[in-house]
Write a protein that binds this ligand. Structure first.
Ligand code: MN
Length: 257
């Protein structure tokens, strides 16, 4: 039987720490920009209803406007054409929002080359050192990119050829999508695909292969440096938007101290 009272005690004592992997959500939170011929996602925006004033003498509250894929967010399978008949964000089973986390650390490589791509051989080498990626795991690709998260220009790192941020090539996206029984992929960048993913042999391979195989995406994660390579538990909590393709998401990790 699971010992939840022991977990409660460990949370209270700090033996288990709660790490917030979520980026703050505000008007300057970086968003993905697509080529101008496509529709664009919206920035996050608060619209005040009242602030202890004539519109509401004792209460402060806001409406908010946002894209589903703004800030730290969850990609549901129906976000991509390959997963169009699979779950929308409200249909994802709650048991598939929580799982063990594995952290693949490629901070050095991404610092040396912003277009760094994670290869199958990197995953195999990681597993040789740390053990097999467990069933139902969140695979977290640590690149250090979150250090640019408060500077939309540096975060996008774009030139005349488009954005330059790390990601996965088609072979590795297919491998994670089909050869490992994972929940999904979490990244520090604006989306789960590399900045150069539009021009790959399979465009946007992570979206294509993960959504198409009923897996999920988590983006703009922070504090991955506070997680061990394996042993943490990650909880992703997207809004239950009926018919939605994703949602801004609070992502928490439980880490044994
Ligand atoms: Mn997305």
């Amino acid at each position: 039987m699971a010992n939840l009272s022991a977990l409660a005690q460990e949370l209270a004592s700090g033996a288990v720490q709660v790490i917030d992997l979520t980026s703050p959500l505000h008007e300057e939170t970086p968003i993905l920009t697509l080529p101008p011929e496509f529709g664009q996602t919206a920035k996050f925006k608060l619209e005040q209803i009242s602030n202890y004033d004539e519109k509401g003498p004792a209460w402060y509250w806001n409406n908010f406007h946002t894209g589903e894929h703004t800030g730290t967010h969850f990609d549901a399978p129906n976000h991509w054409v390959t997963g169009k008949d699979l779950d929308d964000v409200s249909q994802v089973p709650p048991s598939r929002l929580i799982g063990p986390a594995v952290v693949l650390d490629f901070v050095k490589e991404a610092a040396a080359n912003p277009d760094f791509l994670l290869e199958v051989s990197h995953i195999e080498a990681w597993e040789k050192e740390h053990g097999a990626i467990p069933k139902g795991a969140w695979v977290l690709f640590r690149t250090g990119w979150s250090k640019f998260g408060d500077d939309p220009v540096a975060f996008a790192n774009a030139d005349e050829n488009g954005p330059h941020t790390p990601g996965l090539p088609p072979e590795c996206a297919e491998y994670l999508g089909t050869k490992r029984d994972i929940l999904g992929l979490g990244v520090e960048t604006v989306g789960i695909d590399a900045g150069g993913a539009f021009g790959m042999s399979v465009p946007f391979p992570c979206h294509n292969m993960l959504m198409g195989n009923n897996k999920y995406g988590l983006t703009q994660l922070r504090n991955l440096d506070k997680l061990p390579p394996q042993g943490a538990i990650v909880i992703a909590a997207p809004l239950k938007i009926v018919g939605g393709s994703g949602s801004p998401c609070r992502v928490l990790a439980l880490v044994s101290k």
